[in-house]
Design a protein around this ligand. Structure first.
Ligand SMILES: [Zn+2]
Length: 282
């Protein structure tokens, strides 16, 4: 599932190709994947709120895109730009049976593919984007939240596990399973510690680590075609580039050499170094 850094990567990547381009036609291949009446217009800006991508047109209308589990955006102009859930669609001929919507720009088509159909594109008034039900409940992202604010939020959820708390998008916006594990590892915090045991310094460190792991992911290109298909033509996983614990079970910790293990926390597969991240932290 694309996480926030992937959506930020898509925002930056797509901006290069469709800003100032005209959306001339929308072909809807799956009714469930497109909400509202199709619109036309020139793209002014692309914004992101949490994991929602907003394409603003010059006529007061915007397209809100939720990729969810398996959504992909593949632009096929002079060159191809593909991002989202990694799959062979990045390089295959399109449209195909997973294509749900085709946004036709005067410079080329933008395919919205979505194998499992949980994602969608919705037409909204540009001035109502921030009042949208999904967007208005999002908390601040790690880049704008202060350490004091973060610590206060943890104090309000004293009995909750730290991992469950940082995954809650109404408390802090942007951390999904991968980045929660990476940020907790970077700050040497066991995911099952209660929020009440997290010190002010640890809260600050965790917030800074969250920013850092997501910045690194954005810098490395997230899950885009460039990271999916390596220079030698083989397929890789962008996680290989920067992840230190996520899906690293059985491999040595980069800090201490202890084997990374996988446990379950708050119903999610969770990766930790049992030596660097201690549960009984007094
Ligand atoms: Zn370790």
């Amino acid at each position: 599932m694309p996480e926030l850094p992937e959506v930020e990567t898509i925002k930056r990547g797509l901006s290069k190709f469709i800003i100032n381009k005209k959306l001339t036609k929308t072909t809807i291949l799956c009714g469930k994947s497109f909400i509202g009446a199709p619109v036309t217009g020139t793209v002014k800006t692309i914004r992101r709120f949490g994991k929602a991508l907003i394409i603003d047109l010059d006529n007061g209308k915007s397209l809100m895109i939720h990729l969810r589990m398996t959504g992909q955006l593949i632009y096929d102009g002079k060159e191809r730009y593909a991002a989202g859930h990694p799959s062979d669609n990045f390089t295959d001929k399109l449209p195909n049976k997973q294509t749900r919507v085709i946004l036709e720009f005067d410079s080329g088509p933008l395919y919205f593919n979505d194998q499992r159909k949980f994602g969608f594109i919705k037409v909204v008034d540009t001035d109502k984007v921030e009042k949208d039900d999904f967007i208005k409940k999002l908390a601040k992202e790690p880049w704008v939240m202060t350490p004091e604010e973060f610590y206060e939020k943890l104090q309000k959820h004293k009995n909750s596990l730290i991992k469950a708390t940082i995954l809650d998008q109404t408390i802090i916006c942007g951390l999904g399973n991968i980045y929660a594990d990476e940020a907790l590892f970077a700050s040497k915090i066991h995911p099952e510690r209660r929020c009440s045991t997290i010190t002010k310094n640890e809260a600050k460190l965790l917030l800074e680590s969250a920013r850092k792991v997501m910045d690194e992911s954005i810098a490395s290109g997230g899950s885009t075609m460039a990271t999916y298909v390596k220079a030698d033509g083989t397929k890789g996983d962008y996680l290989e580039k920067f992840a230190q614990v996520f899906r690293h079970e059985g491999r040595p910790c980069v800090r201490c050499g202890e084997k990374i293990i996988k446990i379950r926390v708050a119903g999610r597969g969770t990766h930790i170094c049992p030596n660097c991240q201690r549960k009984n932290h007094d």
